[in-house]
Unconditional design. Structure first.
Length: 229
């Protein structure tokens, strides 16, 4: 009976295929769901995004969702951004950024921009930069700048890229952060300013130079003594 049901119901077949222990089979199932979109697939695809362990399959799930009408996917993804499971929130935000529908901006809450899970926060930063309306860029820049010096290298690089992508809206908040009391915040802000001015400069080089400048500013050596050296 189960086999008959799967044969008769495309949604049931998709759910079964996405539950396969073989990642290649799951990848093919997600590809097929995007190649032949069906409204009945949306819930199944969104649910699988929350639990799928393979990066490439998750990416295909997102692609498949982008192939469905935004009018159907965006409201479901907006609900998913408040899910308890971090991967569900992160993948929903990532998918909203790929769809690019302005309604996705409703998901970008201060809580998600500060989410305690680094992957969720990084997805929120990337989605925010894609979805922000023109009149919200300055406020978004301030919200992102509040996360300077957060996390490891990858987290900081993601934040720097998001701020740099905001362009002129980020300039004043980075200038303020460059005078912050925390030297880590100052260094991250200065490095991000450098990336904004020169996108081709590597993050490692920018952060090294930024830390050197912060150390010089914090040194008790006088300006004349620094010049002598």
């Amino acid at each position: 009976m189960m086999t008959t049901t799967h044969q008769a119901d495309p949604g049931a077949r998709l759910r079964a295929a996405l539950g396969s222990p073989d990642s290649s089979a799951r990848l093919q199932a997600a590809l097929s769901a995007g190649t032949n979109p069906d409204p009945g697939y949306i819930e199944i695809l969104v649910e699988r995004c929350a639990t799928e362990p393979d990066f490439f399959v998750r990416d295909m799930l997102t692609w498949s969702l982008t192939r469905h009408p935004a009018a159907d996917t965006v409201p479901r993804l907006l609900r998913e951004t408040t899910a308890e499971r971090p991967q569900a929130r992160s993948q929903a935000l990532h998918t909203l950024s790929k769809i690019g529908d302005p309604r996705g901006w409703a998901a970008i809450t201060p809580g998600l921009l500060r989410d305690p899970d680094d992957d969720v926060a990084r997805s929120a930063w990337r989605a925010a930069v894609v979805l922000v309306p023109d009149d919200g860029a300055a406020e978004l820049a301030r919200a992102l700048a509040s996360q300077l010096a957060r996390g490891d290298r990858e987290v900081r690089l993601s934040l720097s890229r998001a701020l740099a992508d905001l362009g002129d809206a980020a300039t004043p908040v980075l200038a303020d952060a460059a005078e912050h009391g925390d030297p880590e915040v100052r260094a991250h802000a200065i490095a991000t300013e450098r990336l904004l001015r020169d996108p081709h400069e590597g993050f490692e080089a920018a952060i090294v130079e930024a830390k050197r400048l912060v150390a010089l500013r914090d040194s008790p050596i006088t300006g004349d003594d620094r010049a002598d050296r």
